[in-house]
Structure formats: C-alpha cells, structure tokens
Ligand binder design. Structure first.
Ligand SMILES: Nc1ncnc2c1ncn2[C@@H]1O[C@H](COP(=O)(O)OP(=O)(O)OP(=O)(O)O)[C@@H](O)[C@H]1O
Ligand SMILES: [Mg+2]
Length: 301
C-alpha cells in the first residue's frame, strides 16, 4: 500500500505569545490519499487557511509534522522546501496572485523559471497548459486585461505547469459568479479525475464541498470527527426528513453549520457513498512557490 500523499501528526499552530497567544490548530492528525478530493470546511477563524498553509509547506507548524509521500518535511531547509513546493504543489487562490505587468504566458511559466527550465521549453509547456484551459489566444495579454474567470483559468494553468501531485485551492471560486465558478470547478475536478491530481479545497461553498470525495470539518482548530465522515452519513440520513426541493433535488442540513442546502440526488448519493467507505482519515500565501508571504503585487481582482 502506498503512503498517503499528505499526512500530519499532531499539528499545532500557535500565533503570538503571552496575552496575544492564539492557538489556531490544536493537534490535527489527518491523512490525504493520492487522487482524493478533500474539502476543508468550518466557520471563519476555525483554522482552515492555517491548515492549508501548513499542508502546503508555506508555513511551519509550532509543533507536529507534515509528511509528503511518507517523508517528514520538518528537517528540510528553506531551499529544499521551496523546491519541493514548486515541484509537488499547484496553488489556486481566490485572490489569483498574478503578476500584473507580466504576460499571461510569463505568469503561467513562473514555476518553470523558478525550477530553472530554459526559455524555449518554458514557452512550449506554457502554451500547452494554456491550450488545455482554452486560454492560448490570450498568451500575450497582460494578466490584468482579463475577466475574473479568465484570470482563474490562468492561475489553474500555472498550477498545472509542473505536473503537481496536489493542487491546493483556497476559496477558488470566491470571486467568481455562479456560471464561471461552475466552469472553474469542472476544470479542477476534471484534473482530479483525469490526471489523478489530489485536490485540497478550502471553501465556504456547500456545493463545492459536496463535490469533493471527503469533507474535513474544523472547529476551533480541531477536526470534528463527529462531523467527518459521519457528517456525510447524517447528511444522507437527513434526506428522509428533508424538504423536497426542485425535482431531482433534496434539501439537507449541512452538519457543520446547520444551514439548509440543496443537493442534487446524484450529489447526495455520492456523499452517502463516500460516507460508507472506510474512513481513511482525512492556505493563502505566495501560491506557486517561493516565499511564505503573498505577492503584494498580486492582481487582487
Ligand atoms: N498571522 C497571524 N497572527 C495571529 N493570528 C492569526 C494569524 N493568522 C491567523 N490567525 C488567527 O488564527 C485563526 C485561524 O485563522 P485562519 O485564517 O486559518 O481561519 P480560516 O478558517 O481560514 O477563516 P476564514 O474562513 O475567515 O478564511 C483566526 O482566529 C485568526 O485570527
Ligand atoms: Mg481562510
């Protein structure tokens, strides 16, 4: 059996000290297997982005270990971490973090530049990724001269360029309208299904969370095991008491928030199926690699 692609042991993150000390993660243990799509959900401030930052090696835990493909990462130096992040991970965040004055192609190929790939090869692979996202005709545009949905497709092309094992997405559709969100979600789940790229998605959107094969519920910096995956099964159990919505839809209670949400029959069945499987246990900063702080130059619209 292969090692989980990501695994944590007793992950603790404490911000500040003394009176300003805040325990954002209080001992998180989880495993994410290759090819899974995992939604990290929970109220604002529950620690979702903190957890994603740690999993993505963008920040170091106060205590505990993150292992990537069975290898603990706590002893790696900054250069090794940068290289690992750049080669193994892709990032798709709400704020896009595109460099405004560079072209679409330059933005997409930045991870290859960091990896030292020469210019002709960068261009070839960059155009290939843009073609996949149907953005090749915008390769020479400045990143600012795009719609929100187009920017997010460029971000996905950049996330793909290094053939990552894992794509981390923090509110990837937070700035997009419904129709554009659907397109972006379809692209992400298509990559998960067709290329086996593991997805870790932080979201407040119940529809997006329910499309993932598993949900991790965070409550005050801890995983709520009673809500995960039992949450999914209670979600399904609630169907019998649910209000009948539109044809083919069921309205169920979202366990973490108690909110009523509409699910298609197919999604509800999928969640129930995921809940029956044995439990295999299961952030924003400079996305694609380098530093631990977001690119302040980033295009934030
Ligand atoms: N750099 C920091 N210094 C101090 N406290 C921080 C820092 N970053 C986050 N926190 C605190 O840690 C907690 C978890 O923050 P985090 O950003 O992980 O929440 P979240 O679940 O992603 O919330 P949201 O849904 O609003 O994005 C919050 O209470 C936040 O105020
Ligand atoms: Mg957050």
């Amino acid at each position: 059996m292969t090692a989980p692609v990501l695994e944590t042991e007793n992950l603790v993150k404490i911000y500040g000290r003394g009176e300003t000390r805040f325990d954002a993660l209080k001992g998180v243990n989880l495993q994410i297997n290759e090819g899974e799509s995992v939604a990290v959900v929970g109220k604002s401030g529950s620690g979702k982005s903190t957890l994603m930052h740690l999993l993505a090696l963008l920040d170091a835990p106060t205590h505990g270990v993150v292992a990537l493909k069975g290898q603990p990462t706590n002893n790696l130096d900054a250069k090794q971490l940068n290289e690992l992040r750049n080669s193994a991970f892709g990032f798709v965040f709400q704020q896009f973090f595109l460099t405004p004055n560079q072209t679409v192609l330059e933005n997409v190929t930045l991870p290859l530049k960091i990896a030292g790939v020469h210019s002709a090869e960068r261009k070839r692979r960059g155009m290939e990724a843009l073609e996949q996202l149907e953005m090749a005709d915008k390769a020479s545009n400045r990143a600012t001269d795009l719609s929100g949905g187009q920017k997010q497709r460029v971000v996905i092309a950049r996330a793909l360029i290094n053939e990552p094992s894992v794509i981390f997405a923090d509110e990837p559709t937070g700035n997009l309208d419904t129709a554009t969100s659907d397109v972006v979600e379809d692209i992400l789940f298509g990559l998960n299904k067709d290329k086996g790229i593991t997805l870790v998605v932080v979201t407040h959107d119940p529809d997006l969370a329910s499309r993932c094969s598993r949900q991790i519920y965070l409550v005050d910096g801890e995983i709520d095991r009673s809500a995960s995956p039992a949450a999914a099964s209670s979600l399904f159990a609630d169907r019998s008491q649910s209000r009948q919505g539109e044809q083919g839809q069921v309205t169920v209670k979202e366990p973490a928030t108690g909110q009523l949400i509409a699910l298609s029959e197919a999604d509800a069945a999928e969640i129930a199926e995921a809940a029956r499987r044995p439990h295999r246990a299961g952030r924003h900063a400079a996305p694609w690699a380098q530093s631990t702080t977001p690119d302040q130059q980033g295009v934030s619209e």
